[in-house]
Design a protein around this ligand. Sequence first.
Ligand code: NAP
Length: 290
Amino acid sequence: MMKKLITGATGQFGTLALSHLSTRIPAGEIVVSVRNPDKAADIRANGIEVRQGDFDDQTLMEQAFAGIDVALIVSAEADNETRIRQHRTAITAAKNAGVKHVIYTSVIDPRADSAFTYSAIHADTEAFIKQSGLTYTILRNSFYADLLLGGVPHALETGQYAAPAGNAGITYIPRNDLAEIAAIILANPAEHANKTYDLTGTKAITHAKIAAIIASATGKDIAFADLPGDVYEGILRSLGLPEHAVIAVAGLYLAAKNGDYATVSTDAASILGRQPQSVDDFLKHALNKG
Ligand SMILES: NC(=O)c1ccc[n+]([C@@H]2O[C@H](COP(=O)([O-])OP(=O)(O)OC[C@H]3O[C@@H](n4cnc5c(N)ncnc54)[C@H](OP(=O)(O)O)[C@@H]3O)[C@@H](O)[C@H]2O)c1
């Protein structure tokens, strides 16, 4: 019996990936690694083994990976230097523990010199995985459609859906579809050995269009407001985001305006066996829930 492990199984992506995997393979074949096992009581109650793991602790990660054949390594959340080190630690631990195949959540168009500064982390981790000799599957996830909901309360208050996005098209895709893709690959890893997938939504969508969808879904008069980058950075700082996140999130829009996130790929549909949910559909469902 092959053992499959998911890191970050108490995070949003990991929770969804685990739920999709649980419908595909028996609980006894699944192990999760979480930083705080107290938060994973529900997972344990479903018959899934819970281990403690933290990318800051290589010995602990080697214990978490013991006896595992295939691991989904969900990228962490920190500044570039920390996260590059953490991801290298996780990959080294997987290799030392005898894991055969790692699946990694990268980003679309990973580049060391991208204006989206977190992109450099994924470029480093991908290169590190490829030189490790491990079998790999790289999931180059485009941006979560879920992120678009963050601007909705402000839009409902002011009538302005604000972002420094200009006329950029971005291939947003729901987190849930990306998590299902990760689960499909975990369930049948051999088919995806040494593959790199570009996982985008069905279209590159502009913020003017996103504002129009939100207006239609809520019945409110909402229009896109293009913000200057420095104003947007100031807003993020005032919300308490750490400086590395301010620069990365603002940089995402700069990269998007360069056209970096406008290319649609069919990889997601090929793996899912259907089209991913459109941003239109995703936002309409999310906004009409409550
Ligand atoms: N494509 C996109 O649009 C997008 C957007 C935001 C983030 N991301 C990336 O995708 C990842 C998953 O997204 P998400 O929505 O699930 O984010 P999330 O809910 O914030 O989850 C972050 C996950 O990272 C794990 N983590 C953080 N530090 C760690 C460490 N030192 N060792 C081990 N695990 C660690 C957390 O583990 P615990 O469960 O133990 O807390 C958590 O599961 C993010 O961490 C980020 O790298 C992508």
